[in-house]
Design a protein around this ligand. Structure first.
Ligand SMILES: NC(=O)c1ccc[n+]([C@@H]2O[C@H](COP(=O)([O-])OP(=O)(O)OC[C@H]3O[C@@H](n4cnc5c(N)ncnc54)[C@H](OP(=O)(O)O)[C@@H]3O)[C@@H](O)[C@H]2O)c1
Length: 287
């Protein structure tokens, strides 16, 4: 019996490419909210000979994630969870983005903590936005509430995001939620480490996916600053996820890996240039 690999957001983009790659070695469970998207992905993967199941799940709902974790556990030993589900500023409002990207990661790690065993790994997918969004707006002092009281955490995070003008809130929520994901994965490595499980976050730059396509207009302006002047191909990020989750990376945990074609390394930050004046007068005292 093959070990199980759970892929959130497995119905499209990076998640689907990862299912295709990891399906060579693992039993795959793809999940997402849209049944139609999952059905199409399921048909494609099955036609390629991959042992795959699809499970409808909303990562922002703990009960739904708990059901996914229980289902995966019944199927076999869970070797890897690739948590690629995410929502960008073109896909929803600030609250939805925070619920999917930040709370979703808390839910995934918390639910799978109970069903994963020694030698396995969670990859939490963040974004290079975590590096490009000005540090000055990151409410790092609020992140600790995610560990003790996720509901209060969400209230406080949204209070912070709502300090910004309506037209930039979705973008701010995206940057903050992805910055939080890196923080959360890092601090969670110790909890999982006690069970011999690794937690790694990966921060993609611009990639050719349905989400990447929606961001294309703005993202094209970034590409000229990259060391590699193109969008990443999905198979390039899928192979990074697969390596990080594999036993070959057995000493890799509590760290973020940035895979952005060298944009952040260039030191140029188009996001900062456009938004610096909006971020000057924030109150940083809330705890
Ligand atoms: N593409 C890029 O340029 C880029 C750059 C930086 C970071 N990222 C990150 O990379 C990850 C993968 O994105 P992608 O580019 O592959 O985009 P994508 O093709 O849009 O995939 C995102 C997936 O997440 C699923 N999803 C959204 N909300 C969900 C929820 N509440 N519960 C469960 N699944 C949900 C979507 O399926 P449903 O709609 O059916 O739920 C979709 O299949 C995301 O976390 C994204 O933020 C992407």
């Amino acid at each position: 019996m093959k070990d199980v690999c759970v892929i959130t957001g497995g119905g499209s983009g990076m998640g689907l490419a990862t299912a295709r790659l990891m399906g060579k070695d693992y039993s795959i469970i793809i999940c997402g909210r849209s049944v139609k998207k999952l059905e199409n992905a399921f048909d494609d993967l099955q036609a390629e000979g991959i042992d795959v199941e699809a499970f409808a799940c909303d990562v922002s709902d703990y009960k739904s994630v708990e059901n996914l974790a229980k289902y995966a556990k019944e199927k076999g030993r869970i070797a890897a969870v690739i948590h690629a589900a995410g929502m960008s500023p073109h896909m929803g409002n600030a609250k939805q983005i925070m619920e999917v990207n930040a709370l979703g990661t808390v839910n995934i790690n918390n639910a799978f903590f109970h069903v994963m065993e020694e030698g396995s790994c969670i990859i939490d997918v963040s974004s290079m936005s975590a590096y490009l969004t000005p540090k000055i707006i990151m409410p790092v002092n609020l992140y600790k509430y995610s560990v003790t009281n996720p509901e209060l955490f969400m209230t406080k995070m949204m209070r912070r995001v709502n300090l910004f003008p309506g037209n930039v809130r979705a973008g701010v929520a995206y940057g903050i939620s992805k910055h939080f994901d890196i923080w959360f994965a890092k601090q969670d490595a110790a909890r999982f480490g006690k069970k011999g499980i690794r937690v790694v976050s990966v921060s993609p730059g611009n990639f050719e996916t349905p989400m990447g396509e929606l961001e294309k207009e703005e993202a094209d302006a970034y590409t000229k600053h990259c060391a590699i002047k193109r969008f990443g191909h999905v198979d390039e990020i899928a192979s990074l996820f697969a390596y990080c989750a594999s036993p070959s990376a057995g000493y890799l945990t509590g760290v973020d890996i940035l895979c952005d074609g060298g944009l952040v390394a260039s030191g140029v930050n188009p996001l900062m240039k456009n938004n610096i004046n909006k971020f000057k007068n924030l109150n940083h005292n809330e705890t």
